[in-house]
Design a protein around this ligand. Sequence first.
Ligand SMILES: Nc1ncnc2c1ncn2[C@@H]1O[C@H](COP(=O)(O)OP(=O)(O)OP(=O)(O)O)[C@@H](O)[C@H]1O
Ligand SMILES: [Mg+2]
Length: 308
Amino acid sequence: MNIYGPGDVTPRQAYVIACGNEKGGSGKTTIAMHLIVALLNTGHKVASIDLDSRQMSLTRYVENRASWSRRNGLRVPMPDHSRVERALGDSVSENENIELAQFQDILLRVENTHDFIVIDTPGHDGFAMRLAHSMADTLVTPINDSFIDFDVLGHIDPDTGEITGISHYAAMVREARRHRRLVDNGLLDWVVVRNRLSSLVTRNNRSLADSLNDLCMRLGCRLAEGISERVIFRELFPIGMTALDELSVISLGVGPTLSHLSARQEIRALLTALKLPIDDVGKRRAQARRLWLENVAQPIDSLDVLAD
Ligand SMILES: Nc1ncnc2c1ncn2[C@@H]1O[C@H](COP(=O)(O)OP(=O)(O)OP(=O)(O)O)[C@@H](O)[C@H]1O
Ligand SMILES: [Mg+2]
């Protein structure tokens, strides 16, 4: 089955952001929800899609937001949310096909009616997850600040610190990029974000940052400023709020702290680093990109990813 679709070159209206990493618990859902709220706050029409049919954490986050705001009389912007339901067929491939079909139906519904589509992907490989990666305009990959998480992107020689190979996930992104180029000549901007950074600067996390820079050169991704480890990220989930929502006792249930403000600054820095088409410059860039996609017929080989 061709999971990458029939090769329709009609450019869609929506800009697609996928949050992905095969490592569980790296912060995909947390970052997806913050991006959704950031885009809603700037007046955009946002469709959110939860591809993680087992955990459904993004769905839960959006539901928590709806019930918390209802209970407290808050007016908060909400995304147009959809989720892919877990298929319970007899075989893995049957289930993957069912989930892929659901995902394609959702995409058809929202791709020309919204400005942005934000997709939260599961921490494991699958057809729908691959399609999400191959259609994304921006892929955000959070990684926790440890060499265990680094290994999900690339392998490193413990003695020399040299990168010896790329991981299954990085190879999957490379393949998704290739398919995207063949289908509509589109380019994927892959941004890696270090998450849950410790306030202590150790030799270990300095060398991790150096290795990540090397790896990003090799994979054709960019490294954004990191997000610190902050308890508030865990506390915001049950009430469906984010560091970008109004920081008041009414909206948070408790008084805002310095940590809320610092988290907000870090998320804003991430948004700036992502260079999404949210301001006039970004919109012009997106429009130029759309025109370019309409007019260009042949893929340009020199822009292929750099990995081996
Ligand atoms: N910067 C942070 N500081 C503190 N806690 C965080 C931070 N980022 C995420 N978390 C917490 O870490 C846990 C995992 O985060 P999250 O669910 O966003 O990861 P994920 O990549 O979506 O996980 P999964 O692969 O299971 O879907 C959650 O409890 C979340 O609240
Ligand atoms: Mg998740």
